[in-house]
Structure formats: structure tokens, C-alpha cells
Design a protein around this ligand. Structure first.
Ligand code: HEM
Length: 394
């Protein structure tokens, strides 16, 4: 397989912009109308995701262990869409047709063979991982809503009870779909695993976010939701070894960090935790009762609230200033950040300037795509992330 050839041809496809995924899906759906029904009516969000994943794979194809784990995770995750192994070649054919259409004479027999082998390898890794996970877990769990609390106009805290135990690690994300819908969205449990298996979710209704709006405004106790297997390791506590922590939360990005606080407590409070909760206004602090109670109960936890301007964490006396000032004493700490992109980006910049190295900084990623950055920017980029990014509606 000529890796340079694969990358060069992908770059040529990238130059076509949105036309390439548009052509790909039109070809796929025309050839296999039954596949159309598996995708949402509005393809605006979905269209680029498969290309993002392929771009990420091509960019990293010479680093097999990393790309294999990435594709295995994607394959396991496809079980929730009820994808069958015999459907993969249909996508492979649509991809070849797309290359042929846009590359014209540059789409040589040799290139076609290389792409056919590469796609077959990608598909096989995904198919094998899905088959393996079939032996140990269902494609999705049914979870009953046992509590639904509207904390602010657009934020709800839900408690779900899965019908069977759904094992997860604090910091991971779980994909969720209202059972009458085919749309899935990621949310992070806001608790460490509990003996009764219940899961707390913090959901903000975002403009255009069909799942989140449904969960906040159209869901009630007794409703049933579908939950898929947990994904993502980037916010796991194991990333920090036994180091003390700084946690920086914005909006419902507080949820996975709350799960980490609970995990530290469950492990006996062996480390110091400084928690910063940023909000745009007092009314946005939707979990303050818990924060006050936790700060009183746990001697190892300090909690500070910071009001942030809409543009991010750069206001005078704001989060970035505060962290920069305090960071001298925290050189050995690991920092976990979760919230809106602008807050996370500004805070990361400030911490890097203050001398923190990448291995100390844990966040879910800042790109706009799913499972990697935007597909147009992938080829040739040395993407150092070892885990999939999961896009949330925060
Ligand atoms: C190389 C193989 C494939 C790759 C790289 C790939 C990649 C992706 C990615 C990245 C997503 C977005 C997931 C999310 O946002 O949660 C996705 C979703 C999806 N994929 Fe695939 N996929 C592949 C094969 C297939 C096949 C064979 C089918 C079956 C027809 C399929 C059907 C779907 C469906 C139905 C969705 C959900 C769409 C939605 O609700 O937005 N995929 N795929």
C-alpha cells in the first residue's frame, strides 16, 4: 500500500470542499436506498463526520496501534446505529466512485487498489471490534428517567436507571438517544459508579440541539431513553497518576469533573483538589447546593466560583488571571478542563505560558469535528491525540 499516494489523493479530495461528502452520500443513497433510512433526515451535521474519521485515519495510517484503537472504538460505537458488516463494502464503493468523479485521470488502477485495501482494512478493524463487543455488552441499554429537575431555564439534571448495569469510568461519555428518535448525543455521567447503577446527567438545551432540547423540555419521570457503551479516556483520573488536581469547569462541563470529585472521595480523599467553576452569571450556577455541601464535607477540596465574560476566561481578575497567579504553587498538579471551547482554549494558553506541559493538561479536545479535527485539515498533520474526541452539546 502506497501511503503517500493515499494521502496525496485524499488531499485532492479535500480540495473539493463540501462537494466531496455531498457526492459520496448521494451516490451511496442512490445505490442503496435502505441505507438512507438509517441516517437522519437532515444530514447537515452528519455529512462530514465519516470524512473526518477517514481523514484522521489517513493522516495517522503509519501509526497502526493508535489508529487501530481509534477504529475499534468507532466500530464498537456503530453497534448503536445497527450497522451490519455487509454494509461496509457499499460505503467502500461509494468512496471509490467519489474519488473517480473528482480525480478523473489521476484516479489510477493502482490508486484504486490501494484505497480498496485501505478501506477493507479499516472496515475489518471496525467489524471485528463490533463483533467482539457483542459478546460482552448489548448494542444499547434502556434507561428509565427516575428524576428530572429543571435547574435553570435551559439546564436540567436527569437521573437515569439503566435496566442492566452500565459500567463506566468517571470522565467518560455515554451516548444517549430518546428512544423514539434515531439521533444520538454524548453526555458525561456526573457521578462515580453507584451501587444502584443510577447515572446523573447534566443537560443544557442548545439552539438546534434536538436531543438536548428534548431532554430538557420534553422528558419526564418514567420516560425511557437509549444509552450506548461509554467512550473516551481523556478525562479519566488515571491520566494524572497520584498527583493533586486542579479542575476547571464551565457550564455543564462540570458534569465529568463532578464525577472525578466523587471518585477522589470514593478513593479516600488522598489528593488535594482545587475546583474552579466558571459561569456567565450567578443564575448559571445550577449545582451550587452540591458544591457548598461538598466543600464543607471534604477537607481536600476547595471550591471557587468565577464569573466569566462571554468571550472566554480573559477578563481582569477572571479565570485565566487567577490560574496564572496561583499556578506557581501548582507546578506538579494535573489540570482537568471541561466547558465551552473559548474558556478551555484561553485557560490552556495561560497554563502553557505558565510552564505547564501537555502531559499535565487534560481536556476533551477543541476541534469542531467528531472523532478528530475537521476533515479538511487532517492530511499531513501530526495529530498527537491518542483518543477520540467526543462532541457534546455543552
Ligand atoms: C469506514 C467505515 C465507517 C466510518 C469511518 C464511519 C464513521 C462514522 C462517524 C465518525 C460517525 C459519527 C458518529 C457520531 O457522531 O456519533 C458515523 C455515524 C453513522 N454511521 Fe458510520 N462509519 C463507517 C461505516 C458505516 C457503515 C457501513 C454504516 C452503515 C450504513 C454507517 C452508518 C452510520 C450511521 C447510521 C451513523 C449515524 C448518523 C447520525 O445519526 O448522525 N457507518 N459514522
Amino acid at each position: 500500500m502506497n501511503i503517500d499516494g493515499l494521502r496525496r489523493s485524499w488531499s485532492l479530495l479535500v480540495e473539493q470542499g463540501d462537494q466531496a461528502p455531498l457526492y459520496f452520500y448521494s451516490t451511496l443513497f442512490a445505490a442503496s436506498p435502505e441505507i438512507r433510512e438509517m441516517f437522519p433526515t437532515n444530514m447537515a451535521g452528519q455529512r462530514e463526520r465519516l470524512f473526518t474519521a477517514l481523514g484522521h485515519t489517513v493522516a495517522n495510517i503509519d501509526q497502526l496501534p493508535r489508529i487501530t484503537e481509534y477504529l475499534r472504538s468507532l466500530g464498537r460505537d456503530h453497534r448503536k446505529f445497527a450497522v451490519r458488516a455487509d454494509q461496509y463494502p457499499l460505503l467502500g464503493r461509494a468512496l471509490a466512485a467519489t474519488f473517480q468523479h473528482f480525480l478523473g485521470p489521476e484516479w489510477t488502477r493502482e490508486l484504486a487498489d490501494d484505497w480498496s485495501s485501505a478501506f477493507a482494512m479499516i472496515a475489518q478493524i471496525m467489524i471485528d471490534a463490533a463483533a467482539e463487543s457483542e459478546r460482552t455488552s448489548p448494542p444499547w441499554w434502556v434507561g428509565e428517567v427516575v428524576a428530572h429537575e429543571r435547574r435553570t431555564f435551559d439546564v436540567a439534571v436527569l437521573t437515569l436507571r439503566p435496566s442492566y448495569l452500565l459500567p463506566f469510568t468517571p470522565g467518560q461519555s455515554i451516548s444517549l438517544s430518546p428512544s423514539a428518535s434515531r439521533a444520538w448525543r454524548y453526555y458525561s455521567p456526573a457521578n462515580a459508579p453507584r451501587p444502584d447503577g443510577t447515572i446523573e446527567l447534566h443537560v443544557r438545551a442548545t439552539p438546534g440541539g434536538l436531543v438536548s432540547s428534548r431532554l430538557v423540555y420534553g422528558t419526564t419521570v418514567g420516560d425511557q431513553l437509549h444509552l450506548a457503551a461509554p467512550v473516551g479516556e481523556r478525562l479519566a483520573l488515571t491520566q494524572a497518576g497520584d498527583r493533586d488536581l486542579v479542575l476547571v469547569a464551565g457550564g455543564t462541563g462540570w458534569a465529568p469533573l463532578k464525577a472525578l470529585v466523587e471518585q477522589v472521595a470514593a478513593e479516600g480523599g488522598q489528593r488535594q483538589v482545587s475546583l474552579y467553576v466558571t459561569a456567565r452569571s450567578r443564575g448559571d450556577l445550577y449545582d451550587s447546593a452540591y458544591l457548598t455541601e461538598a466543600a464543607t464535607r471534604h477537607h481536600w477540596l476547595t471550591v471557587r466560583h468565577l464569573m466569566e465574560p462571554r468571550t472566554g476566561g480573559n477578563g481582569p481578575g477572571g479565570l485565566v488571571d487567577t490560574l496564572a497567579a496561583a499556578s506557581g504553587g501548582w507546578r506538579d498538579r494535573h489540570v482537568y478542563l471541561c466547558g465551552g471551547d473559548s474558556m478551555v482554549r484561553a485557560t490552556l494558553d495561560s497554563l502553557r505560558d505558565a510552564g505547564f506541559h501537555e502531559g499535565q493538561l487534560h481536556h476533551e479536545g477543541l476541534s469542531t469535528g467528531w472523532y478528530g479535527a475537521d476533515w479538511r485539515t487532517q492530511v499531513g498533520s501530526s495529530d498527537q491525540r491518542s483518543h477520540a474526541k467526543v462532541t457534546h452539546e455543552r
